[in-house]
Design a protein around this ligand. Structure first.
Ligand SMILES: [Fe+2]
Length: 256
């Protein structure tokens, strides 16, 4: 049963976005090759209920390990839409969708209900948890944009971003960011080469990812590879291939 949204959280999200100089955000996004980092964008009133949900869904973490590329835990959209109302309030916020459209300049929409990666939590909880350099490749027909929101940051891990990596004519600019609670990152999936550096001892890092696309269509071949990648690298075969609850046809996507 999907959760009910939280109007007070929706109001706080709208308020935080209304306080932004969106024109300046858009300009920086363009200069940085479709990447923006907004330190502590959302206040405690938005972040705290999401952190409660990070704890609530912890039992549903699927751990995964791909040698030399990735180690960590994930909770899929299927779980979040049933147990995480504050997270869902952000993903379904009309004000937030408008903000993403304004900044990207693209007619983006949320991903289909059948996509376990539409919004998901990533847990870095064991020493060495990390993900290597990758693009967030789109399996959809349309362009994919990723939003990351820091929720728990008690770690030495960093989101390392290499700007302009896709443009041989430009010099690469590298950033190493701590995603503090409420800090938001938004980028074009095919343009930002990025990784999360390994977690240290007694550290923890949890972030939320939200996915947006310009066209949610997907070919059958790409659907197959996307399903396999989500099953192996993120949510497990049972979660991906045994659909929970009534939903439209299965058309997930995945991080690269
Ligand atoms: Fe990624």
């Amino acid at each position: 049963m999907p959760v009910a949204l939280l109007p007070p959280v929706a109001d706080e999200i709208s308020r935080a976005l209304a306080a932004l100089d969106v024109e300046s955000v858009c300009a920086t996004y363009r200069v940085q090759n479709e990447f923006i980092h907004l330190d502590r964008l959302f206040p405690e009133s938005v972040v705290a209920p999401m952190v409660d949900e990070v704890e609530r869904v912890r039992a549903g973490i699927n751990r995964n390990y791909i040698p030399r590329h990735k180690k960590g835990g994930s909770v899929s959209y299927y779980t979040l839409r049933e147990q995480a109302p504050a997270v869902l309030t952000l993903y379904r916020s009309p004000a937030f969708l408008d903000f993403v459209r304004q900044v990207t300049g693209a007619p983006v929409q949320r991903c289909p209900e059948s996509d376990p990666h539409a919004c998901a939590l990533y847990y870095y909880t064991e020493p060495g948890d990390h993900i290597g350099f990758h693009y967030d490749t789109s399996y959809y027909k349309g362009t994919r944009y990723t939003v990351l929101l820091g929720l728990v940051e008690r770690s030495s891990s960093r989101l390392v971003c290499q700007l302009h990596k896709d443009d041989p004519a430009r010099e690469v600019r590298e950033l190493a960011l701590a995603t503090e609670p409420g800090t938001l990152v938004l980028f074009h999936g095919d343009k930002l080469w990025h990784k999360i550096t390994p977690l240290g001892e007694n550290e923890e890092r949890v972030s939320l990812t939200l996915e947006y696309v310009t066209d949610p269509g997907m070919t059958p071949v790409k659907r197959f590879f996307s399903n396999m990648k989500d099953a192996v690298a993120y949510f497990g075969f049972r979660s991906v291939f045994t659909r929970r609850g009534a939903s439209p046809p299965f058309r997930p996507s995945s991080h690269a």
